[in-house]
Ligand binder design. Structure first.
Ligand code: GLC
Length: 488
């Protein structure tokens, strides 16, 4: 049991999304899967996220109303409802306000700064009420990405100065992707973020308000989602301008690799795939079914290369755009799922219509379809320019789709080159951000697939068995929490 002064350690995860309730990417996977593992380690881990309209999906745990109160944000006086649900043994809280969170999409509104400032204040304001209602008051608040950065800033700069109950709380902030920093014009410091001018220096960076910078300054520990990325964000090439700050606070920064939920991503009992399987030989039926569903030629011997990704340049989509037509001269199928930059979306739609026998591009976010693709694909392409951790390469691995990745961030920490001599390694990798280096590596992989199918299958089986669980990372978080709990 995780205990502090013979009490159970209480950790509140604050995030803008969490599976199974609301998800646009890897952050939701992490927030949905790490707390249950910590719970098993004896931590009282709970989660709080906004109550978005996208919750109206089927098959969610029952959500019930707890209470409501008002939140003051500068001159605003806003309703705040608190709802709750249990999932995988973890208590979730939801911050409800129709005006802020009943929108068509999670992010991208003109007033995202105000929406997440409201959420951050609501999180701090609800704590004494949760203590009264449920006996839960966190020792640690674990915030994630810029949307929750203000929690740590308000806590350390404002709340703990006016209310002694907030004083012992420690803050861990995790950067899941440093490219999204929460940058705003100075004029909203007081009017929206409700911070006096005296706090400007905390959030000021490069002539604007930068909430990630504020979170880095105010947190007790800064984490990011892989050891390699933790080093990379000290450099200008990876930090999107924030390397000065990351270097200044390197003493409190640590990289902890993400795990995946190996129960949810389990081809031996996944209800979303056509045929469950335990070894790579079981993939054939899933491949044939997907080829049929997508109206591609049903051929077990044609290698299926897949990508499931946000269509943005940091995911390495430029490299694919540069050489895909060369690759399509060979006998391959290319299946892509994802949304993102309109230019890339248009490119892949056009590609699919130009190569109807070889290419399918599904421009959407679809969890169930993604699992069918992992189960069907032979090779999974992830040539990211930068990758804080990356979950898709681990999920693909679990489904026996051999990952082919660029050696960066968490991809470097999770996938090692397959060495034909020794049989070691668990995928294919290339180092330089260069389209022909990638193409060369894809061709090497395809040669193995065509010429040495037994070796290919052995490698796929190695991938399927590789342990990408949360067991070790969860222990690292636990050690980190315990280390800071007694800080003065
Ligand atoms: C972000 C990152 C991704 C990481 C995920 C979860 O989506 O881009 O690399 O795996 O967050 O931490």
């Amino acid at each position: 049991m995780a205990e502090t002064n013979s009490k159970t350690l209480k950790v509140l995860f604050v995030a803008s999304e969490a599976l199974p309730f609301a998800s646009t990417g890897g952050l939701a996977d992490v927030i949905g899967s790490l707390p249950p593992i910590l719970k098993r380690e004896g931590v009282d881990a709970r989660v709080i996220i906004p109550y978005y309209s996208m919750f109206k999906q089927k098959n969610l745990p029952e959500i019930s109303f707890m209470f409501d109160f008002r939140v003051q944000l500068a001159w605003r006086d806003q309703y705040c409802g608190i709802f709750t649900a249990e999932h995988n043994g973890v208590t979730f809280y939801f911050v409800d306000n129709d005006y802020y969170f009943k929108r068509m999409s999670l992010y991208g509104s003109y007033d995202d700064g105000e929406r997440y400032a409201f959420f951050s204040k609501a999180v701090l304001d609800v704590l004494p009420k949760l203590e009264n209602n449920e006996g839960f008051f966190p020792d640690i608040i674990h915030t994630n990405d810029w949307q929750t950065a203000l929690v740590g800033i308000y806590l350390k700069q404002v709340y703990r100065k006016v209310d002694f109950r907030y004083r012992p709380i420690r803050v861990v902030h995790s950067i899941h992707n440093i490219e999204y920093q929460g940058v705003f014009d100075h004029c909203i410091l007081g009017d929206v973020f409700d911070l006096d001018q005296e706090y400007a220096s905390i959030v000021d960076y490069n002539g604007a308000i930068n909430l990630t910078k504020g979170a880095v300054v105010c947190c007790d520990r800064l984490t990011t989602v892989s050891p390699t990325y933790a080093n990379q964000i000290k450099t200008p090439a990876y930090a999107s301008g924030l390397h000065y700050i990351i270097n200044q606070y390197a003493f409190k920064t640590v990289g902890i690799i993400n795990g995946i939920d190996q129960d949810y991503y389990d081809p031996s009992r996944d209800p979303d795939i056509v045929k469950t399987y335990k070894t790579v030989s079981g993939k054939a039926k899933n491949k044939a079914a997907l080829q049929e569903e997508l109206h591609l030629p049903v051929n077990p011997n044609t290698p299926m290369i897949s990508m499931i990704t946000r269509l943005t340049s940091h995911k390495g989509v430029d490299l694919v755009v540069a050489v895909i037509e060369e690759l399509l001269q060979e006998d391959v199928q290319f299946v892509l799922l994802g949304t993102g930059d309109v230019g890339f979306e248009a490119f892949f739609k056009r590609l699919a219509s130009n190569y109807p026998e070889k290419v399918r591009a599904m421009i959407k976010y679809d969890k169930a379809l993604s699992k069918k693709i992992y189960a069907a694909a032979d090779l999974f392409l992830m040539p990211s320019k930068s990758e804080p951790c990356g979950l898709a390469q681990m999920i693909a691995s679990r489904y026996g789709a051999i990952p082919l990745v660029r050696e960066t961030g968490g991809l470097y920490d999770t996938i090692r080159y397959y060495d034909e001599e020794t049989g070691e390694g668990n995928g294919f990798t290339f180092a330089n951000y260069n389209a022909h280096d990638m193409l060369f590596t894809v061709r090497k992989a395809l040669t193995l697939y065509r010429e040495q199918p037994e070796r290919w299958n052995a490698l796929a089986d190695v991938c399927m068995k590789k342990n990408f669980s949360w067991d070790i990372p969860a222990k690292e978080y636990l050690a980190l929490y315990e280390e800071i709990i007694n800080l003065d």
